[in-house]
Design a protein around this ligand. Structure first.
Ligand SMILES: NC(=O)C1=CN([C@@H]2O[C@H](COP(=O)(O)OP(=O)(O)OC[C@H]3O[C@@H](n4cnc5c(N)ncnc54)[C@H](OP(=O)(O)O)[C@@H]3O)[C@@H](O)[C@H]2O)[C@@H](O)CC1
Ligand SMILES: [K+]
Length: 505
């Protein structure tokens, strides 16, 4: 699914109106109905609902919603905020359409703000995608008092004051919504961790924007949905054998961190790899042979740390490197050898990222379009330097992927996958239970297995990250977020793959 900018959203709007031969008021009515439908399912009738409308089409949506909710036994209080004499045309049409027993209150000064108790519902229809400057002054005051009221706020399309696709300036006030109900597609702002307190829980409601426009519009940012990844999965063939599904090598584990190798290996095996070999220091031999009997284990000459590469390295189809390795000198040398000599696709995680991040020479040796980095935000900063905010991080992600012609899955609540072409895909699965040691090792194993099965690197990132989060979402039902461990995620991989290979409900 594509993510559109505010400008593209306006274009989609205009295209739909022309294509269907409808008016913009008709489209607004669809949006208001879709919002109202969500609202009615969420909040039972009889509630007191205070709706605050700004001067643009977001305010117009608010007026239409007020009319619809008023007709359905909610107690609606309606406020027109600021100077609405130059309000948008569709605002004016919807103001005219209000039933005569629903009289709006004009709010022109802060002192007139109503007292709101904590158990009323507030609908925020002040500003949407048409916001063109930070919200200060009177409007800023209104936003601050709504935030301070403690009432449950539901925002229409955007939390008012939040920029759709760029950094909101410091001085701008922003609504802190409990829910944001957006039209047709999610907005980039919803996917960035820094906006969690403003956006709250977000949902998208369909309003029938032109499918032709959406399929033809160019977008470098996407949101990966179940349909998107289901298209990628290749069913296994009847006459297949283990050789077809790739032979993966994992260079993982160090003294005290052999568990990282166990987790990566188990996840790799649960993700369909044909054969798996692990090269680990001597300290890991018995552990790995016992904990992961399906894998072959090669022992390093070093007892505690990885210090060498397997002799027959060419026979492997993919190499996953990093989890639990440590950053000893001998290990750095082995990683140096790997980058200097191997031409394999690489999945690079944890200490392997740290080692490469510390050396311009190693970065320059990365094989073009053959490396996938799987950093968490701190590891990412070691690669690219300190970042200022989430937009800056995104910019660095694109630049790094383009400069080094590599893929990066930047882990987070919506993991962002950067490609060498400068595209970014945000993942839609996963939950807070994954914020625990070892889940990153699991991702390395999954992505390594998928590359081994000859998925393209982009496909392996999209599918791997999605299925990793989906397994955690399924684990949520059995173990909950607090108790979830990385092993629970592995245990739910079979269900996650089954889920994706079943037809859509
Ligand atoms: N596209 C779709 O699919 C559909 C979109 N729809 C809806 O339309 C919404 C977009 O509407 P929109 O373009 O009229 O903009 P909107 O957010 O109401 O704000 C513009 C007004 O605010 C003002 N203003 C701006 N910044 C300000 C500030 N900081 N402080 C003070 N004032 C400020 C600006 O005034 P001006 O710049 O002229 O001073 C102007 O009056 C969208 O979010 C969705 O809800 C649906 O109805 C149908 C389907
Ligand atoms: K809004």
């Amino acid at each position: 699914m594509k993510l559109l900018t505010a400008t593209q959203t306006r274009e989609a709007d205009a295209f739909t109106i022309k294509e269907e031969g409808i008016t913009s008021t008709d489209l607004m009515e669809r949006a208001a109905r879709a919002f109202t439908c969500w609202f009615e399912n969420k909040f039972p009738p009889g509630r007191e609902v205070h709706i605050f409308c700004g001067p643009g089409n977001n305010g117009g949506d608010g007026l239409a919603v007020a009319r619809l909710l008023h007709g359905r036994t909610y107690t609606v209080r309606l406020y027109l905020v600021g100077d609405t004499t130059n309000a948008s045309d569709d605002f004016k049409v919807n103001l005219e359409r209000l039933p005569h027993d629903l009289k709006p209150t004009q709010l022109a000064q802060q002192a007139a703000m109503p007292e709101l108790s904590q158990n009323v519902c507030v609908i925020d229809a002040l500003f949407g995608t048409g916001l063109n400057r930070p919200v200060t002054g009177f409007y800023g005051g209104v936003i601050n008092s709504l935030n301070d009221s403690g009432a449950c706020i539901t925002s229409i399309d955007m939390p008012s004051g939040l920029y759709t696709d760029s950094q909101t300036p410091e001085e701008g006030a922003i609504i802190k919504a409990s829910y944001t109900i957006s039209f047709e597609l999610p907005k980039l702002a919803f996917l960035l961790p820094q906006h969690e307190e403003f956006v709250g829980e977000w949902h998208v409601v369909k309003i029938g924007l032109s499918q032709q426009f959406l399929s033809e519009v160019r977008a470098d940012l996407c949101y990966t949905t179940r349909e998107d990844v289901q298209r990628l999965i290749r069913p296994r063939k009847k006459f297949s054998h283990k050789g077809i599904y790739g032979h993966a090598l994992l260079l993982c584990g160090g003294y005290g961190k052999i568990g990282a190798a166990v987790l990566a290996a188990r996840a790799c095996l649960r993700s369909g790899v044909g054969l798996l070999t692990i090269q680990a220091p001597q300290a890991g031999y018995i552990i790995l042979q016992t904990a992961v009997p399906e894998a072959m284990t090669l022992t390093d000459k070093n007892r505690r740390h990885l210090s060498e590469l397997p002799r027959e390295i060419d026979k492997f189809d993919v190499i996953g490197v990093g989890p639990g390795l440590g950053t000893e000198r001998v290990t750095k040398t082995a990683i140096g050898q790997l980058l200097a000599t191997s031409h394999h696709p690489l999945v690079i995680d944890a200490d392997a990222i740290n080692i490469i991040a510390g050396s311009e020479k190693l970065k320059a040796q990365l094989p073009k379009k053959k490396a996938i980095f799987t950093p968490h935000p701190k590891e990412f900063e070691r690669l690219v330097g300190k970042v200022k905010n989430d937009y800056d991080r995104l910019q660095h992600l694109r630049e790094f992927c383009v400069e080094y012609q590599c893929y990066v899955t930047l882990k987070g609540s919506h993991t962002a996958i950067g490609t060498p072409e400068g595209k970014v895909y945000f993942n839609s699965t996963g939950n807070s239970g994954m914020a625990t040691g070892g889940t990153g090792d699991v991702l390395t194993g999954i992505v390594t297995a998928l590359v081994g099965q000859a998925y393209t690197l982009e496909e392996a990132c999209l599918l791997g990250v999605y299925v990793h989060g989906l397994a955690a979402d399924l684990a949520l039902h059995t173990v909950g977020a607090i108790s979830m461990t990385a092993s629970d995620v592995i245990d739910h991989l079979p269900k996650a793959f089954l889920h994706l290979t079943r037809p859509m409900p």
